[in-house]
Write a protein that binds this ligand. Sequence first.
Ligand SMILES: NC(=O)c1ccc[n+]([C@@H]2O[C@H](COP(=O)([O-])OP(=O)(O)OC[C@H]3O[C@@H](n4cnc5c(N)ncnc54)[C@H](OP(=O)(O)O)[C@@H]3O)[C@@H](O)[C@H]2O)c1
Ligand SMILES: *[C@@H]1O[C@H](CO)[C@@H](O)[C@H](O)[C@H]1NC(C)=O
Ligand SMILES: *[C@@H]1O[C@H](CO)[C@@H](O)[C@H](O)[C@H]1NC(C)=O
Ligand SMILES: *[C@@H]1O[C@H](CO)[C@@H](O)[C@H](O)[C@H]1NC(C)=O
Ligand SMILES: *[C@@H]1O[C@H](CO)[C@@H](O)[C@H](O)[C@H]1NC(C)=O
Length: 333
Amino acid sequence: MPIKILIVGAGAVGAFYASRLALVPSTQVSVICRSNYTVVHANGFSISSPKYGSYTFTPHHTFANPRQAIDSKIKWDYIVVSTKALPDVSDDSEILEGLVGDGTSIVLVQNGLGVEEPYLKRFPSAIILSAVTIVSAAQTEPGIIKHNRWTRISVGPYLPGSTSWAAIESNKRFVQLLQAGEIEDAEEYSHSKLQMVRWHKIAINASMNPSAVLSNGTTNNAMVLDPELYIHLKAVMDEVLSTAPKVLGTPLPKEFATSEAILASTQKNTSGSKPSMLLDWENGKRMELEVILGNPIRIAREKGLEMPRLQTLYALLRKAQENRDQAKSQSHL
Ligand SMILES: NC(=O)c1ccc[n+]([C@@H]2O[C@H](COP(=O)([O-])OP(=O)(O)OC[C@H]3O[C@@H](n4cnc5c(N)ncnc54)[C@H](OP(=O)(O)O)[C@@H]3O)[C@@H](O)[C@H]2O)c1
Ligand SMILES: *[C@@H]1O[C@H](CO)[C@@H](O)[C@H](O)[C@H]1NC(C)=O
Ligand SMILES: *[C@@H]1O[C@H](CO)[C@@H](O)[C@H](O)[C@H]1NC(C)=O
Ligand SMILES: *[C@@H]1O[C@H](CO)[C@@H](O)[C@H](O)[C@H]1NC(C)=O
Ligand SMILES: *[C@@H]1O[C@H](CO)[C@@H](O)[C@H](O)[C@H]1NC(C)=O
């Protein structure tokens, strides 16, 4: 029996990992597309990568919408969600209604904090796996995926206040499939360590991304070379890194990079890469503000902890986004 995998949100990240999973002989990988359905249905995805070369990924099934996936009557072993996490725009757990069966594990490959909760609420008895990736990839044209660099993906079962051997086993199998697809740095984590990885990652994203937008589009490298912005970025990172252990009830592992180390490596890197939040802002798209800023602030607040620097960035950028969207909708009247 092949392992049946469904990708929901086959954009840059989803299509890249799907193309690696599809190389494993025991898998059948299908996708639900949206705007790029026609192109992908006709030609599949073209992937180019400095590590894996250029190749085509033809999904087992390419569905135009969730209904078609339900009508296929396939029992999914894994449903991988790799849409952008925009809980203020849509609850994407709804897409999975009618697709999650007894043996289905839901894998969330999304940035930020608190992305698991809507899925846990809707599917309380399903296995949920939580994944963080540092891959750099983009869909440059419909169906054309450019993998730039890095492959690491960290995956852990989402088990707040519970244990489940089935979830741990499913997690292990999923990581093994990624490794079999030559993602050598796919890593298996426990629930608690994966949440530490999420907090550590948002120390970078919650400092750099909103600051890049609010400083009128400054690149990460240019920001850390500016003395005042350096102080600002370090203080935001330290705020997140010192709040995380209090929320999680355990110190972050020693091997996680300190704020100084992150800033030093960003200082050395003179290439002008833009964080995706800045690209979204420049393209007039919604930013992943809630999962990168709003949720961490609210999760800390529930424990009686404030992150004032993060809160300031969140309040300002949320309002800027609201004003931009209002201006846009008025210009369409
Ligand atoms: N790109 C990176 O380098 C990178 C790195 C690390 C982490 N991440 C994280 O990975 C996640 C995914 O990012 P991404 O860059 O892959 O985004 P992306 O390229 O925009 O891909 C998201 C895809 O989901 C599709 N989608 C959204 N809602 C859908 C729906 N209801 N039904 C079907 N398809 C739907 C979108 O279709 P449409 O084209 O129709 O909108 C798009 O193809 C984000 O949380 C991001 O922060 C990305
Ligand atoms: C998908 O295709 C549509 C229409 O062809 C295009 O406008 C859009 O930018 C594409 N999406 C991505 C993520 O490339
Ligand atoms: C930067 O400022 C210029 C001039 O006001 C504006 O056109 C541009 O959109 C701004 N860029 C960002 C990322 O805010
Ligand atoms: C610096 O960034 C560029 C592109 O953004 C990337 O190609 C390069 O690998 C990075 N270097 C380091 C040391 O991270
Ligand atoms: C998170 O930060 C990394 C490193 O700066 C960047 O490549 C990525 O685009 C950021 N993610 C988002 C959602 O902005």
